[in-house]
Ligand binder design. Structure first.
Ligand SMILES: NC(=O)c1ccc[n+]([C@@H]2O[C@H](COP(=O)([O-])OP(=O)(O)OC[C@H]3O[C@@H](n4cnc5c(N)ncnc54)[C@H](OP(=O)(O)O)[C@@H]3O)[C@@H](O)[C@H]2O)c1
Length: 194
């Protein structure tokens, strides 16, 4: 019985620490941290190190949304880019301390990456799956492009919790090269009071 209480207490404490970290870090840094991602209807986001689709209308939205703000990404996503995306800082995470992203800035972990952003209003977490998974605990919002078809691939978007992120808006784009919907989620504050 006592062990059960100790374990429950530890689990609650861990949850509180996680929640505190996720709620406090963006506040400390005073910035909006947004995950921006496009996903097929079967949760696929990547294949063979690349994006398995090309939707110019969604890329234009990505460019418009992220322009002028720092982008944080994993080493694999950085290496998959056709080149540096103009007008935005590329902050690249790698556990290899000697890694030097050409034209980008190296960060050894997520906290350093967020600190590197400095005094900015917003920063974007642009992938891939590794970064999204870690990013769910610090993001204040998510911008999710949903394709209407299944796609073959080898990288999926990890699940995020409906309790943590509430849908804020949804817009359908029916007229481009293929239809898609952009859903925006905002971190819910209700889960702080447990
Ligand atoms: N559909 C979309 O919106 C979208 C967006 C972006 C990417 N993608 C796709 O996703 C795929 C890549 O995703 P991925 O998950 O395989 O790789 P990734 O997240 O881009 O990069 C993973 C790498 O980042 C580094 N890393 C991750 N967490 C770290 C941490 N806490 N501290 C230090 N370094 C860390 C490690 O680099 P080292 O190995 O160097 O240590 C790790 O191997 C590609 O297919 C890409 O095209 C899709």
């Amino acid at each position: 019985m006592q062990i059960h209480y100790v374990l429950s207490y530890s689990a609650i404490k861990l949850k509180l620490i996680t929640i505190s970290f996720s709620v406090i870090l963006p506040k400390l840094l005073k910035m909006e941290i947004t995950i921006i991602v496009a996903m097929a209807s079967n949760r696929i986001i990547g294949k063979d190190g690349m994006m398995p689709w090309h939707i110019p209308e969604d890329l234009r939205l990505f460019k418009k949304t992220t322009m002028g703000y720092p982008m944080i990404m994993g080493r694999k996503t950085f290496e998959s880019l056709p080149g540096l995306l103009p007008g935005r800082r590329h902050i690249v995470l790698s556990r290899n301390k000697d890694y030097q992203p050409r034209g980008g800035e190296y960060a050894p972990d997520m906290t350093s990456a967020l600190q590197l952003c400095g005094q900015v209003e917003k920063a974007f977490l642009i992938g891939g799956a590794d970064i999204f998974e870690q990013g769910f605990s610090v993001a204040t919002s998510i911008i999710l492009t949903l394709l209407e078809r299944e796609v073959e691939g080898d990288v999926t978007l990890p699940n995020f919790s409906d309790d943590e992120f509430k849908e804020e808006s949804r817009r359908h784009y029916p007229d481009g090269s293929e239809p898609f919907t952009v859903v925006t989620y905002r971190r819910s504050v209700t889960n702080i009071c447990i």
